[in-house]
Design a binder for this molecule. Structure first.
Ligand code: SF4
Length: 481
């Protein structure tokens, strides 16, 4: 009978699942998007059945795995620096094996072994179930590579081992891959074709998390709006196979409803949405279920129709405004964030002004803003010259960041004097006498600890703010607690 060991520390409690009979040590770290962090929990689960427990101590590791990101050049440089670090540790721990996972592994494939001698193992995002075989090969003295992409694999049958979790919020992946071919993006090449996971296995994972005391889940996908399952809803709804056949497909709105009804007390978030695929029924379901948070991450990338076309983003600025208007009509206090790329090939000052004026129209709560970074193998790299000078990219990025700062403060100030429901996640970074959590709009809220605990839903009266954080004091437990 396996024994689960919980390692709890005061204040910031970190849950790390471990099996007492496992003797091998796995050190795994992740970079990039939430999908990678969620995948690392799948990997930890697969290897926990092979005798590995996770360790936070690199020097005692038998196996070191780094889950890599390839979205920008800088992300890849970060990984190469980590490999240098492993090299230094390998001098005092020569038996240690090193593997690279994720998008950079998929992009470089076996070339990674030539470029980085420390690497023994290269595994793409769809080949994690092959890890036990690949590790055997490495232990027999050979390098091992599996970067085959799959049209089916969703790891829906793997129960993730929660890594460094606060025991309160967790990611639940619902789709893998992406079929949109945005010209700047490597994801379709490094994560393959889009596939959706069986809603039954998603609801089972959410029920399991609820049973373990988790209070919030984030449904994850590169593009959650294109979630589509043809299996026909939850099996319990149907008396026999033919009824299942007659059933309609489950789209993202349908899945959200299933999950919201399965666990009415569980807070539900999702990421990432796509303006060209988002449908009104998703917004309606959000408006109808109190436990679905009023927050949408809605990347726009550019405010210029000409640049959106060159990016192969299949919507116009007007269509984006209509979507924002619909969101604001059905969920007036919805928090909205974005991704924006500045300096895309051929971007003019006029295009840049279009992006600034779009931001002015939406007044986002916050965003992720980057200068264009040409990625090998993407459509943009093949078709367009990276012709916007670095200093212009930098200046435009500064203008976008400054405008966002203004809008963020404009939005946080609206909460002053109001009371918001907060789920306590951890200790505030700035003070161990304060808790930190988020409201439904995904804005960070900080307040004095008093007798509240991590995992409590608390009503907090806001009396001050910065552009990113609301500051207040607790006025009692929320009825959702
Ligand atoms: S929607 Fe576009 S940007 Fe997002 S993962 Fe897919 S291809 Fe990349």
């Amino acid at each position: 009978m396996e024994k689960i060991i919980d390692e709890k520390k005061q204040g910031n409690s970190l849950v790390m699942e471990a099996k007492s009979e496992n003797s091998r040590k796995l050190f795994i770290e992740s970079y990039g998007c939430q999908m990678n962090f969620s995948d690392s929990e799948i990997v930890a689960s697969i290897l926990s059945k092979e005798g590995f427990n996770t360790t936070q101590n690199l020097e005692e590791a038998d196996l070191v795995l780094v889950n890599t990101c390839s979205i920008r050049e800088k992300a890849e440089q970060t990984v190469r620096k980590r490999l240098e670090k492993y090299n230094a540790v390998k001098r005092i721990n020569p038996g240690m094996k090193v593997g690279v996972l994720g998008c950079m592994a998929e992009r470089l494939k076996s070339k990674f072994l030539e470029e980085e001698k420390i690497v023994d193992l290269v595994v793409g995002p769809d080949a994690y179930k092959d890890l036990p075989n690949l590790i055997n090969e490495v232990e027999e003295g050979r390098n091992a590579v599996n970067v085959i992409l799959s049209k089916e694999e969703t790891y829906g049958d793997i129960s993730p081992v929660r890594l460094q979790s606060n025991g309160v919020s967790a990611f639940v992946s619902i789709t893998r891959g992406c079929d949109n071919m945005c010209t700047f993006c490597v994801v379709p090449f490094t994560r393959g074709r889009e596939r959706s996971r069986d809603p039954q296995s998603i609801v089972e994972e959410v029920n399991d998390l609820a049973a373990k005391g988790y209070k919030e889940i984030t449904l994850l996908g590169q593009n959650v709006d294109s979630y589509l399952w043809y299996g026909g809803g939850l099996k319990k709804d149907f008396k026999n196979a033919s009824e299942i056949q007659k059933a309609t497909a489950t789209n993202f709105a349908g899945l959200l409803k299933f999950v919201a009804e399965a666990q009415p007390k569980m807070r539900i978030r999702f990421s990432t949405s796509n303006p060209q695929d988002m449908t009104l029924d998703v917004i309606e379901v959000m408006a109808n279920y109190r436990n679905i948070c009023n927050y949408i991450h809605l990347p726009v990338q550019s405010g210029s129709d000409r640049i959106l076309k060159k990016m192969n983003r299949l919507h116009t600025r007007e269509e984006y405004f209509t979507l924002i208007d619909n969101i604001r009509k059905l969920i007036p206090d919805c928090g909205i964030s974005h991704d924006i790329i500045t300096g895309f090939p051929t971007e003019t000052e006029e295009d840049h002004q279009d992006t600034l004026s779009l931001m002015e129209y939406v007044k986002y709560d916050f965003g992720f803003m980057f200068a264009y970074s040409e990625r090998p193998g993407t459509m943009a790299e093949r078709k367009f010259e990276d012709d916007v000078p670095e200093e212009i990219k930098k200046r435009r990025l500064t203008e976008i960041v400054n405008l966002q700062q203004e809008h963020s403060r404009h939005n946080t100030q609206k909460f002053i004097g109001k009371t918001v429901e907060v789920l306590i996640e951890k200790e505030s970074k700035k003070s161990d006498a304060h808790w930190s959590g988020r409201n439904s709009q995904n804005t960070v809220v900080v307040f004095p600890k008093e007798n509240y605990q991590v995992g409590d839903f608390v009503n907090v009266k806001i009396n001050d703010c910065t552009s990113a954080t609301l500051i207040g004091e607790a006025v009692g437990y929320s009825k959702n607690n």
